[in-house]
Design a protein around this ligand. Structure first.
Ligand code: UD1
Ligand code: UDP
Length: 356
């Protein structure tokens, strides 16, 4: 059996690591890297430290516009699929790379496996929402991380071949946390004291591309006392430079380049609290039992909101500051499966291919 995996953005490399490791026990897998993320610390670093097999195909996307970017990828992926004739195409999440892989596969009638199916923000202004809805509706196997995701699909009458196998990011954390504890020197490098700093990540277009939302978030960072470490996404860095924002006016803020996954796990585990608009980081905060503040108006990961483990504040400065100050004591009940999503996926694909 041959599977072509299409990945292109940072969180997809992290999700692909456990799945590739597992499915390659019995399946021939080839990887297409769409080139959506291309900086070393947004791409190659993950392949190296997570031992992800080198991509068999590496595309380049040049346009920042969604249509052209997706179209460029679609054209090249289609040709590869015509040449390779895989039994399945595998995609992750909700990026433009996901949609390009999904469209290419579905137009050639190659069964599509969508990992992280069924996630919804119900905000169609998000590019990710469009990508995930469309991908789900052309998928053959829909691999959900939670029951909420299964229910979301049911409401859209998508019920065939829908499975909750748990969250692949939990597999990744369980596999890598010990390694991160041993190998990462990021706390010493940045001279950070455990549980004495806040960790920040911001990259959502709805925040970065709206100056007033960014100003409101930055004002909160000003008002939150203490050390704040912010590995800044290239998109955010560019936008803030264009807006002429001067970080040095924010006391205690340490803006650093994006870090590798092992350093990120180390930073997350030792943070006092995490302030983010990332999907993956919300869950990793939950796995690490670190209180999270999500500066978005909605979240796909509604389970994490239980007992204020994750507080959804939007970008209102006062709400962000109040959420950071609030004492919370969540019980962190397991919500995202048992950390063997990849093993279950491998079995599922094998039994599906035998039946079809
Ligand atoms: C993309 C995904 C988003 C995901 C995020 C993960 C879409 C629509 N969005 O957002 O769902 O949460 O990845 O991080 O697919 N850039 C660089 N170097 C890089 C990558 C990006 O400089 O290695 C800059 C470029 O100017 C680029 C901009 O960041 O135009 C945005 O990158 P893009 O991949 O379009 O979207 P993200 O914001 O990264
Ligand atoms: N991440 C990382 N280095 C960073 C920031 C994030 O390795 O500097 C990891 C993080 O631990 C998580 C994933 O990237 O596993 C989340 O990706 P991102 O926030 O870019 O996208 P999203 O999950 O929102 O789609």
């Amino acid at each position: 059996m041959k599977i072509i995996t299409v990945i292109g953005a940072r969180p997809q490399f992290i999700k692909a690591a456990p799945v590739s490791r597992k499915i390659r026990e019995t399946v021939e897998e080839k990887i297409i890297h769409t080139g959506q993320h291309y900086d070393t610390n947004m791409s190659d670093i993950f392949f190296e430290e997570l031992n992800i097999p080198k991509p068999d195909y590496r595309l380049t996307v040049s346009s920042p516009n969604h249509g052209a970017m997706t179209g460029d990828m679609l054209k090249e992926i289609e040709q590869i699929l015509l040449d390779e004739k895989p039994d399945y195409v595998l995609v992750y999440g909700d990026t433009n790379s996901t949609l390009a892989g999904a469209l290419a596969a579905s137009k050639l009638h190659i069964p599509l496996i969508h990992i992280e199916a069924g996630l919804r923000s119900f905000n169609k202004k998000m590019p990710e929402e469009i990508n995930r809805v469309l991908t789900d509706h052309v998928s053959e196997l829909l691999i959900c991380p939670t029951d909420t995701a299964v229910n979301n699909l049911e409401k859209e009458s998508v019920t065939r071949n829908v499975y909750n196998l748990g969250d692949v990011m939990y597999d990744a954390v369980l596999y890598n946390q010990e390694i991160a504890n041993e190998k990462s020197t990021i706390l010493a490098d940045l001279q950070l004291t455990k549980k004495d700093y806040y960790l920040i990540t911001i990259h959502r277009a709805e925040n970065t591309d709206d100056l007033s939302r960014m100003e409101s978030i930055l004002e909160a960072f000003k008002q939150i006392e203490g050390t704040k470490v912010w590995p800044i996404h290239p998109r955010t860095k560019q936008r803030l430079m264009n807006y002429g924002v001067d970080f040095s006016s924010i006391p205690g803020l340490r803006v650093v380049d994006p870090v590798g996954y092992l350093d990120m796990l180390a930073l997350e585990t030792s943070a006092k609290k995490i302030i983010t608009d990332s999907g993956g980081v919300q869950k990793e905060a939950y796995f690490a039992h670190v209180p999270c503040i999500t500066v978005r108006d909605e979240t796909e990961w509604v389970e994490t909101l239980v007992e204020d483990a994750n507080q959804l504040t939007g970008v209102d400065t006062d709400k962000i500051v109040a959420a950071v100050k609030k004492d919370v004591a969540p019980s962190y009940k397991p919500l995202f499966g048992d950390g063997d999503m990849a093993g279950k996926l491998k079995d599922l694909i094998e039994s599906h291919s035998l039946k079809n």
